[in-house]
Design a protein around this ligand. Sequence first.
Ligand code: AMP
Ligand code: MG
Length: 391
Amino acid sequence: MISFEEAIQITNGFALPFRREHVDLLDALNRTLAEDIISDIAMPPFNKSAMDGYACRKSDLKNILHIIEEIGAGAIPQKTIGENQCARIMTGAKVPEGADIVIMKEDVEETGSERIRLITENLRTNICYEGEDVRFGDLVLRKGDLILPAQIAILASVGCTNPLVYAVPSVSIISTGNELVEPDQNPGIAKIRNSNSYQLAAQVQQLGITPVYLGIIRDEEQNLLDVLTSAIGKYDITIISGGVSVGDFDFVPKILKSLNVNIRVHGMNVRPGKHLLFGEKENHFIFGMPGNPVSSFVQFEVLVRPFINTLLGKTKAETFLYLPIEEEYIRKKGDLLIFVPVTLTRKGTVLPLEYHGSAHIHAYSLAQGIMEIPQGISTIKKGETVRVRPL
Ligand code: AMP
Ligand code: MG
């Protein structure tokens, strides 16, 4: 059986951003740029006043100044400032020729009609110079940058109203299992409520993707074949919960094979989530998640989320915390990599949560992170550093 790291290498090999599209600036939030953005202007585009006040010459600051003009934001100054002259100027307005300083309104007093005098010292220039933030032709955003509000402002400033971004893959979700009923039903004897579909849908939504939920499919080959045939052809990514392990009713791998899906990963030396399946067919990707809710949750976080992020063009490395463990951690066997739910204490240490295995989803409702205990390690002493993936 392959290791988790080998499985990740295999899935990463297929995680290439595949489609690009132009979106309206108002729809660009949380998308990833698929092009470099070059500024078509200098920013600021002209010497701009940073204050409401008076534009004048530094050499005249000790003198009484005569106001020769008023310049509002957006107006073109009509006059050049000469000796002992100034213009009343508003924040954001173009500084007139001749002026090399803007003195703040609060720092002057009127000495007569259209006459002012400076009453303080230690002045700032209060001019934002043309091109001091960005010059014409500067690279302002890069391919692979995530578009957040600050990037939206830059795109708007350089007139990029239709940025080229990576397309969002379509995602469908299916749960398999004769034991499942939907959450609005009472499971009665021998059945359980379907929580995985909703958990997976929420995890997909956190990526900014609205998944399509295709319902519960009974563990019957024909049913599964019909639903999987149409889902795989239609959606970029199909996430199937359950039916991928080695039970008599775990038909998913067999049906995928019959549909000519190339199964690239099926089973890895990790807990929870040993039976995870990853397959692909003509740029359609299929994840078979183990039915146990914790396995499904954890494998989505550690394997599916990074995969979809890469498809979305996100190039930032995953974030890990390296923190000391609060108490000694011992496991019986150190034969495989395991993922453990943890909280983070105020002291900055990692505290493993009480956890009864892969059906114990409640432990994850309290978790702030997923700690990794590598293969070959069975004891971690108090204070030793562990790697945690924050949730
Ligand atoms: P499976 O991977 O199909 O063998 O399922 C393993 C176990 O996970 C089952 O015995 C169920 O208890 C549980 N399970 C499977 N599917 C779901 C689901 N959609 N929601 C909640 N629990 C599930
Ligand atoms: Mg099942």
